[in-house]
Design a protein around this ligand. Structure first.
Ligand code: PLP
Length: 404
């Protein structure tokens, strides 16, 4: 528990690990050279960038360090991947994605559909958030330039079988480029890209205890590539602009630490997540987990509470110093449930109350216990206000719709 309270919003962003800060600091001060320069000041920074690239390579299990291109984060990596594929295969006018992607993919696809006349196949999901594989298979064709399917969903943690989806795409047509937005998955689950046929993968530093504004795009050797930013020769002509040296070095350190703590993430972090989830479900009637309960990230619990508003839950949690996030993010000021909840057909009466708790290796047992202690009271307090809830008997009223 920090002085600021309990932080269970690690899918939004993570605290920069102090070891990452320490690694970065010299590159703001005495090691300030431009890595492209032909002198010692530059070469010393350049050598550390090479080291950072190898750390990211190792975390991804990639075959070559040259397959890692540093970017400003997940959004840039996602945009680069899709726009590169479209430029590499100009005669192909179709894109396959899923309905539950992050806006970094979805709003780019909306733009490409509306302004550039691409056909977008948005593959649906079932009530557990699993991808409709038959619909995916049916959409594959030689008209498709790029498939972009996320590895892990940011709201529910549900994992898609991206390695298998990539194989299916290649079986249909070797030239289809397969990209995965793995921003939530990298550092949380083991990866071995060298053994897969995934062509491109996006990751973001601030989701794995590195700073905001740094990320990477994995581009398989041999994959056709067109840069998004043109200018200098940095990143082997794949991403122009003087490198964010401290950020890259921080990402390298964060990748090294993530690899070291992978086993911990999948045992201890998962144990705390499961404890939190089980205790809440046991104590709060008409609550349930959204997403696939098995095939999902070890750190994410998305719990829907029927008949209440997620925003109200967050406010009351915040009063207790607890940070979580709402599945019904009213990003546009409307009270629409999130596109992920709608895609899984979670009914409005439950989708509104979806609350995401996302843990990290820094989460403590005491933090989890604190949430377990306050959650039933918060929900009971809000349900008093619900027209569907009978607080006298602590159950829904007879006419209340329920999520079976
Ligand atoms: N993709 C996913 C799945 C995400 O969760 C996020 C961030 O929330 C992004 C992309 C965007 O990454 P960035 O914030 O580094 O641009």
């Amino acid at each position: 528990m920090t002085a600021q309270g309990v932080y269970l919003d690690n899918n939004a962003t993570t605290r920069v690990d102090p070891r990452v800060v320490e690694e970065m600091l010299p590159y703001f001060t005495e090691q300030f050279g431009n890595p492209s320069s032909m002198h010692g000041f530059g070469a010393r920074v350049g050598a550390r960038l090479d080291w950072a690239r190898e750390q990211v390579q190792d975390l991804l299990g990639a075959a070559h360090d040259t397959e890692i291109v540093f970017t400003s984060g997940g959004t840039e990596s996602d945009n680069t991947a899709i726009l590169s594929a479209l430029e590499a295969y100009p005669s192909r006018k179709e894109i396959i994605t899923s309905v539950v992607e992050h806006p970094a993919i979805l709003s780019l696809c909306d733009y490409l559909e509306n302004k550039r006349s691409y056909k977008i196949h948005r593959i649906p999901v079932d009530r557990q958030g699993n991808l409709d594989i038959a619909a995916y298979r049916a959409a594959l064709s030689p008209n498709v330039a790029v498939v972009s399917i996320m590895w892990a969903n940011n709201e529910t943690g549900t994992l898609f079988p991206v390695e298998e989806l990539a194989r299916m795409a290649k079986e249909k047509d070797k030239a289809i480029i397969f990209h995965t937005d793995a921003v939530q998955a990298v550092g949380k689950i083991p990866m071995k890209l060298a053994d897969s046929v995934i062509d491109m993968l996006s990751l973001s530093g601030h989701k794995l205890h590195a700073p905001k504004g740094i990320g990477a795009l994995y581009v398989r050797r041999g994959c056709r590539f067109r840069p998004l930013l043109r200018g200098g020769h940095q990143e082997r002509n794949r991403r122009a602009g003087t490198e964010n040296a401290p950020g890259i070095i921080g990402l390298g350190k964060a990748a090294q630490l993530a690899l070291e703590s992978m086993a911990f993430e999948n045992s201890e972090v998962k144990r705390l997540r499961d404890k939190l989830e089980a205790a809440i479900l046991a104590a709060v009637p008409n609550s349930f987990v959204t997403g696939n309960p098995e095939t999902r990230l070890p750190n994410t619990a998305n719990v829907a509470f029927e008949y209440i508003e997620g925003e109200a839950i967050l406010l009351l949690l915040n009063e207790q110093g607890i940070a979580a996030s709402s599945g019904s993010a009213c990003t546009s000021g409307s009270l629409e449930p999130s596109h992920v909840m709608r895609a899984m057909q979670v009914p409005y009466t439950a989708a509104h109350g979806a609350t995401r708790f996302s843990l990290s290796r820094e989460t403590t047992e005491a933090e989890v216990d604190k949430v377990i202690e306050v959650m039933p009271g918060i929900i009971a307090r809000l349900r008093v206000l619900s027209p569907y809830w009978d607080s006298a008997v602590n159950a829904p009223k007879e006419f209340a719709p329920t999520y079976a």
